[in-house]
Design a protein around this ligand. Structure first.
Ligand SMILES: Cc1cc2nc3c(=O)[nH]c(=O)nc-3n(C[C@H](O)[C@H](O)[C@H](O)COP(=O)(O)OP(=O)(O)OC[C@H]3O[C@@H](n4cnc5c(N)ncnc54)[C@H](O)[C@@H]3O)c2cc1C
Length: 318
């Protein structure tokens, strides 16, 4: 049996685990169904316009994450967007060229196989076998699952795998409709280009031009959790029009040249497992982590990955 550690998910949790394990000289293989790395730290280009359409910024309140963000900042990959002010004493950080660049930096030296959706897992002697949708079975001595909890539950069910104690069921996420609009001139969103509206339709707007990631004026608009839940499986074009109407005052006098909408079924985890990961009672290690564990968000997902890696490194020394 190979001693490779398999990680499902190349979001920030899977990549932070991979990086820490590689530092400890443990062989790692990360599998992701997407075309790129980063998961919900997503940046999209439409013509000349660039959009952060998933995570908008991140905090760095804990020493481990501050260390990582500090290194990324030294290399010009991350930067402070919003200084700490009265209500948020901690600055808000962003990827200098988009959020996705931060995860690319984390994953650049890792072995990441993209376009591989894991559809089944199976316990085998001394480890795990995972099957992907391109029918390539892969084996590893340990398995880390860092995908959103509802997707992990589906994976377990498809695999006919039952866990007697399963905290994944308690983890819950808000959906979020993310609208990306290219404008003919700058928006009226006040400096530094982010606005929490907490409205019934729209909860957040960001100006990617002011943020410095887009060469042409472009805005990202996030629908509120209630609105997103109501329209997630409905007519997205209709939902998009309602979202644009709701924020017209922050777009005027600019005209929208084109717009696209991305429905995130899982955005922020509002119910989480309190510990940074969950280890199942299985013969070979099986750990679950990601932003549904611990403090949540980008920072919590990073720390979850790190904690899973430390657990395996501790096991390997025993
Ligand atoms: C619209 C939106 C706004 C947000 N705003 C903020 C914010 O401002 N600040 C903040 O801190 N956080 C924010 N978040 C949350 C933040 O993005 C997440 O907490 C964090 O990125 C989660 O990282 P992760 O590694 O746990 O999961 P993910 O980033 O979801 O990574 C999981 C990966 O697993 C892959 N995957 C899933 N299923 C499979 C499978 N079967 N096989 C293989 N691969 C699979 C996915 O492709 C994905 O790449 C936001 C999220 C969204 C969507």
């Amino acid at each position: 049996m190979t001693n490779t550690i398999l990680i499902i998910g190349a979001g920030i949790a899977g990549l932070s685990a991979a990086q820490r394990l590689a530092e400890a000289n443990l062989p790692v293989l990360v599998l992701d169904k997407g075309k790129g790395m980063g998961g919900r730290m997503a940046t999209r280009r439409v013509g000349e316009a660039v959009f952060d359409h998933g995570a908008q910024f991140f905090s760095a309140k804990t020493p481990d994450f501050q260390h990582f963000v500090g290194k990324a900042a030294e290399l010009g990959i991350a930067r402070e967007w919003w200084p700490g002010i009265a209500d948020t004493r901690h600055p808000r950080w962003v990827g200098t060229n988009g959020m996705n660049a931060v995860t690319k930096f984390l994953g650049e030296t890792q072995s990441v196989h993209q376009g591989k959706k894991v559809i089944q897992i199976q316990a085998i002697s001394g480890g795990w076998r995972v099957s992907t949708d391109d029918h390539e079975p892969l084996e590893g001595a340990a398995l880390l699952i860092t995908i959103p909890a509802p997707q992990a539950l589906d994976l377990l069910e498809n695999s006919g795998f039952h866990l007697p104690e399963n905290p994944l069921r308690q983890i819950a996420y808000h959906p979020c409709l993310a609208l990306m609009a290219t404008l003919d001139r700058p928006s009226s969103i006040p400096s530094p280009g982010g606005l929490q509206t907490n409205g019934a339709v729209v909860s957040w707007l960001a100006d990617n031009y002011q943020k410095g990631i887009s060469k042409v004026p472009s805005v990202t608009i996030h629908a509120s959790p209630d609105f997103s839940r109501k329209h997630l499986d409905g007519d997205l074009q209709e939902a998009g029009k309602l979202m644009l109407d709701a924020v017209q005052v922050f777009i005027n006098p600019a005209e929208v040249l084109e717009w696209h909408i991305h429905p995130w079924r899982y955005s922020l985890a509002y119910e989480r497992h309190p510990a940074p990961f969950f280890e199942a009672e299985t013969a070979a290690p099986l750990l679950f982590g990601g932003d549904g564990f611990g403090i949540g968000n980008v920072e919590g997902a990073y720390l979850s990955g790190l904690a899973m890696a430390e657990q395996l490194i501790g096991n390997s020394k025993r």
